[in-house]
Design a binder for this molecule. Structure first.
Ligand SMILES: [Zn+2]
Length: 347
């Protein structure tokens, strides 16, 4: 059920009546950690743009360079953050982008899949043109690179992990860059698995750095984020790097804020996953880099409450489909409490 704006507004004014203490605390806290960004992911959440700040949200993340979303953010003083789709395509329409697996055939995939064959120059040129066009027209507070990976899908408890891409062009690129002479997937994986993984990670981080340089040249203050496979480096036999080709150290030059997708229910994990991730992150996140979780509205409020208790705080929070929070005054109040707790922990 969706509450209308008037009902939410009433609740806001009720809250404000006895709220001098919270207001002063908030002002104090904002001085110490002003840059942290909190808010929902999804342009639909902008139907609540007028009340988001009352509940501690100061940013909205939305897909692509959406003119209406930019206008709404501007009107209501919210930081406009773009989710920019890098390596994802409709394989039904573009079969030439499907990566090739060990058997020399296109990889298996279901209704959800990300990653493409990175030897497709036309696709890469289109992606870059889309980014260049966006940053020439708009000045986002941040741009989060999405699907910045090799192929697969990790928002599931039982991932189908496949090595790719073994098309001729991708193998040639590997041989050329490494000086290794290997022409078959079996040979590469049996004798040069480490080099193959490093090559894939370098390819992903190389594209990330190229995009980051384009963005920074145009908007030096724009935050550059990356949505990350939320697995620790050793999980699933190193699949974070081995399959998805995300290497935190190699991405560090490009990325300011790393955003693991902590979708607990979808991934078959506990609500405390985000907190545990944050508290373990010092082990594998490069020094000086920020982590900002994206949580899932499906897991709300447990995962947010838990993340807010982490002694290594998340640098702000995104909530996927989080606009729904602001349909419900009690949930919006829970969001606000979590924001204050995280700000306090960071301050
Ligand atoms: Zn390929």
């Amino acid at each position: 059920m969706r509450l209308d704006r008037r009902m939410v507004g009433n609740s806001t004014s009720q809250r404000k009546q006895g709220d001098v203490f919270w207001k002063s605390e908030e002002m104090k806290l904002k001085k110490t950690s002003d840059d942290m960004l909190f808010g929902p992911y999804g342009a639909a959440s902008l139907s609540h743009a007028a009340i988001l700040q009352d509940y501690g949200a100061n940013a909205v993340w939305f897909h692509g360079f959406d003119p209406q979303a930019f206008a709404n953010c501007e009107e209501h003083g919210l930081a406009a953050c773009v989710e920019f789709q890098t390596f994802r395509a409709d394989f039904g329409k573009h079969p030439g982008l499907i990566p090739i697996g060990i058997d020399g055939k296109p990889i298996r995939y279901g209704s959800l899949v990300q990653g493409v064959c990175l030897s497709n120059k036309e696709f890469l040129a289109e992606t870059e043109a889309c980014l260049a066009e966006g940053i020439s027209q708009f000045k986002p507070r941040g741009i989060w690179l999405d699907y910045l990976t090799y192929a697969g899908w990790f928002e599931t408890p039982n991932p189908d992990l496949q090595e790719s891409c073994f098309c001729k062009s991708c193998i040639d690129d590997f041989c050329e860059k490494t000086g290794i002479d290997a022409d078959s997937p079996a040979l590469i994986l049996n004798l040069f698995a480490k080099e193959w993984m490093a090559h894939k990670c370098a390819r992903i981080s190389g594209h990330a750095l190229h995009y980051a340089e384009l963005i920074r040249f145009r908007h030096p203050d724009c935050i550059i984020g990356a949505y990350m496979c939320p697995w620790k480096p050793e999980e699933f036999n190193g699949a974070l790097s081995r399959i998805f080709a995300q290497d935190y150290q190699m991405l560090a030059d490009a990325i300011d804020v790393f955003t693991p997708l902590i979708y607990a229910a979808k991934s078959g994990r506990a609500g405390s996953w985000g907190k545990e991730y944050l508290e373990d992150s010092g082990r594998f996140i490069p020094p000086g880099k920020k982590i900002q979780l994206i949580l899932d509205y499906q897991d709300f409020p447990q995962s947010l409450d838990s993340a807010a208790e982490a002694h290594l705080p998340s640098w702000g929070i995104q909530v996927f489909s989080g606009g729904d929070i602001f349909d419900h005054p009690d949930q919006a109040a829970a969001f606000r409490r979590a924001v204050l707790a995280i700000r306090q922990a960071a301050g």
